[in-house]
Design a binder for this molecule. Structure first.
Ligand code: FAD
Length: 523
């Protein structure tokens, strides 16, 4: 068995994206999974705009959007009536090239990621389970077992625990996973149905004692239904729950006629965040680090975001461009977002699933009055779109973020502007350090970029950039994961040099590629 820079445990969406990014960045990976093949159930349906923006880096965005259903609107129903709509498409079109919510089932998504990885020559090692590992401070020695019962040893620099909510990596590191589990049982069903709510959009019913959400799927009348099972009788039957056990009030409320059930499953929802995302050379990503309710379609997207955040930092540390402490910034940047997300989805989930007369009154009396008014305000619509699509997610105040220019801070996502056929996000498809100047760059800055092999992209100044929050003649230094590292209003090279010396970054790989590392042969 050959050694690798990074051993990735788990080939769910998080592990597959990590493998894809690291391989593109020239890092040698192994990826193992205990299952015999990719998942076969639809699970996470929503692919958010921010994920698609980042997927441009591996030429995946088009493949997903071509295969996905575009959700243009969210319809809210109460007691058999549609009470409000959020027009996603209209709001998002000015904010991102992917101004919709895209619905692409997780099983198809995983198959696509596996196929792309194979094109790069990386094959997921199936039926291979991580049993244990030892981190001696210089390297990790992992014990793997294949299904025929053969034990193998793998040596690697870093171990990435992408092994889901019951993570073995998390267990072995002793990192706590505090939080809780909701009492209710929830269901998910892929069905064929007809009715007014089969409209290619997302439909959500907030009813007296139920909630149900409908996601469109490819194929005539095919939808994904999710909801809570409330009736005590249904919650504790003597046989496995079936679709007929679901209380049909919310489904009937949306006037849905279900003709065929293709897949039905029940589950309990946990809300937990790991106490740490790193211990020594082991990292936790995706569901191994955070789990929460599927309300809002954030779980899988957040795992993918974790993978992209860690991948370029690992690549920089392995190639000697950045010191090991850069890897601490993974937890510093991702854990606060995960904690906020769990708190927010907790509140949202609490609202749609709470029982009792007060909760019912809020959902069925107050919400129908307030929601149409609140959701007709453009600023409220934009806020909702930005939050759900993860465009607002930023690393302001983090260890790798500096400065502010216009309304854009170090740590922000670069605002998207498409002006006269020029898309300012086009250059972000490169996984490299780069500088953007809207207006004119000084000769000094041009020289600095040339000397440091940082690509400089200049955009002719226009009002559109100002409206997006960008400042004229400022310099925005962008990280390989496209977030702003430095925003300097004066466009000065001192800010860039200061950043490199503060953080210990070298913009160029040192000669001779990777630093010395004690490679050992596997036993
Ligand atoms: C019913 C349902 C609906 C959902 N809906 C949504 C949604 O709409 N939107 C959303 O964003 N999210 C949703 N989610 C959540 C989403 O599915 C998860 O967030 C996502 O799968 C997490 O991906 P992951 O790669 O981190 O972990 P997983 O997908 O859990 O992958 C972990 C992998 O690790 C492997 N593994 C585990 N232990 C070991 C070991 N010791 N050795 C080797 N391999 C191991 C497992 O076999 C598995 O393949 C839903 C989840 C469920 C269950």
């Amino acid at each position: 068995m050959s050694d690798s820079d990074v051993l990735i445990v788990g080939a769910g969406p998080t592990g597959l994206v990590l493998a894809l990014w690291l391989t593109k960045l020239g890092v040698k990976v192994r990826i193992v999974d205990r299952t015999s093949g990719p998942g076969t159930t639809s699970r996470a349906m929503a692919v958010q705009a921010r994920t698609l923006e980042l997927y441009r880096q591996v030429d995946l965005a088009r493949a997903v959007t071509d295969a996905a259903n575009k959700v243009r609107q969210v319809h809210l129903w109460v007691r058999g009536k549609e009470v409000a709509r959020v027009p996603f498409g209209e709001i998002g079109g000015d904010l991102t090239p992917f101004g919709f919510m895209y619905v692409f089932p997780q099983d198809a998504h995983e198959r696509l990621l596996v196929e792309r990885l194979e094109r790069l020559g990386v094959i997921v090692e199936r039926e291979t389970e991580l049993l244990s590992f030892v981190d001696d401070g210089e390297a990790v020695t992992a014990q793997l077992r294949t299904t025929p019962g053969e034990d193998k040893t793998c040596f690697c620099r870093f171990l990435a625990g992408c092994d889901g909510a019951r993570s073995q990596v998390r267990e072995a590191t002793g990192i706590g996973f505090p939080g809780g589990t909701y009492q209710q049982t929830f269901y998910v069903a892929d069905v064929v149905a007809s009715g007014a709510a089969i409209n290619d959009d997302l439909n959500v019913d907030l009813d007296q004692a139920d909630f149900a959400a409908i996601f469109p799927m490819a194929g005539k009348g095919r939808i994904r239904l999710i909801g809570a099972i409330r009736d005590q009788a249904a919650a504790a039957p003597r046989r496995p729950l079936q679709f007929k056990d679901v209380s049909h009030r919310a489904i009937d409320g949306m006037k849905l006629d279900v003709q065929k059930v293709n897949w039905f499953s029940t589950y309990h929802v946990h809300h937990r965040v790991a106490e740490h995302f790193r211990r020594g050379r082991a990292f936790l990503l995706g569901d191994a680090a955070h789990v929460h309710s599927p309300a809002g379609g954030q779980g899988m997207n957040t795992g993918i975001g974790d993978a992209i955040n860690l991948a370029w930092k690992m690549a920089a540390v392995i190639s000697g461009q950045a010191p090991d402490r850069w890897l601490d910034s993974y937890e510093a940047e991702r854990a606060p977002f995960a904690r906020r997300l769990v708190a927010t989805t907790d509140r949202a989930f609490g609202f749609v699933s709470a029982e009792g007369p007060l909760a019912d009154a809020l959902r069925t009396r107050l919400a129908p009055l307030l929601l149409p008014r609140v959701l007709s305000i453009e600023a409220a619509q934009e806020y909702i779109f930005r939050t759900i699509s993860q465009l607002t997610l930023n690393y302001r105040g983090g260890p790798l973020s500096r400065g502010v220019a216009g309304h854009v801070h170090g740590g922000d996502r670069l605002p998207w502007v498409s002006e006269a056929g020029v898309d300012n996000h086009a250059s972000l498809s490169a996984m490299t350090w780069q500088a953007h100047v809207y207006g004119g760059a000084s000769a000094e800055l041009k020289n600095w970029c040339a000397e440091n092999a940082v690509a400089l992209h200049q955009f002719r100044w226009s009002e559109r950039y100002q409206s997006a929050g960008l400042a004229q003649d400022a310099v925005y230094l962008l990280r390989p994961d496209t977030y702003v590292a430095v925003a300097d209003a004066k466009g000065s090279i001192a800010a860039l040099d200061g950043y490199a010396s503060d953080t210990g970054l070298r913009f160029q790989r040192p000669n001779g590629t990777s630093p010395a590392w004690p490679l050992r042969s596997a036993g």
